[in-house]
Design a protein around this ligand. Sequence first.
Ligand code: UDP
Length: 332
Amino acid sequence: MNILVTGGAGYIGSHTVKQLIDAGHRVVVLDNFYSGHRWAIDPAATLVEGDIADSDSVSQVLQTHNIDSVVHFAGYIVVPESVSDPFKYYENNVVGSLRLINACEQNDVQRFVFSSSAAVYGLPDSKKVDENARLNPINPYGNSKLITEMTLNDVANAYQHKDTPFKFVALRYFNAAGAQIAGNLGQATPEATHLIKVACEAATGKREQMKLFGTDYDTPDGSCVRDYIHVEDLAAAHLKALDYLADGGDSIRLNCGYGQGYSVKEVVAMVKKVSGVDFTAIETGRRAGDPPSLIADNTQIKRLLGWKPQYDDLELICRTAFNWEQTWQARQ
Ligand code: UDP
């Protein structure tokens, strides 16, 4: 396939680009380098520096490279920031995605894989959440993902009778974490906010201490529970999603997680174990916008895409994240 990857210089995007190249696809990366890195892009990919909201440039890229498939990662991802600055999230994640989708439809892109999020569920009623659960995001980040899913669904319905219908898979990510097994890629966000990255920075001494947000939730140990998924397994799901659509699969939204939850306290303990460093984690109040627990029911993605997780192991996730943190800091 000829695949455009938006945000291909970012954390999950760069891992996916590498896997797409290794699988023999032709890949064009579109990135505005808001948070991505040039070194993270596989040299076999073609780089176009630009923004998803620039419809004319996007159309030109789609035509020049004869793009038939798009994997859309580009977007802002920090939940608390979305609460304090909703305009930023609606502008980029919603309006930017709308313009991109419009350009794709106009240029006869047939397959679109979207980075959605478990944040579309808000506060799930059940321990494991499946795709039919109520969609009720509790923060602007989750809203921005849900609105984009709805846009994709409406566009796919409206153009289903075209010769080359527009079809999509929205992957609802649970918590992406860890780093490439080969050790060359990992999360390199300068102002990291995600738990495992922050804990690894505390373990290396990059930060003096970390905060553990909220210990009074209605969960087994009082801290929030999340379903952490290794970035290589998450990247692999995108390749499976493209194959599914190429084989004639219908548009669909799928959870992408392991179906296993760990508390913030358990994760912090694991990062201490793999690093051998007893860093300080200060227990403090709740962080705005955090649901107590989010765990995937992953029955559908396994059944429909044949996705088989290979790195379902919190220790491996934390170890690859910690090793990468050391590599990345030594490079700077
Ligand atoms: N968290 C924490 N300290 C940090 C960062 C995160 O206690 O420095 C908690 C956060 O409050 C949430 C969980 O870790 O309960 C996962 O947060 P993260 O930002 O990694 O992902 P999210 O689930 O918000 O997408």
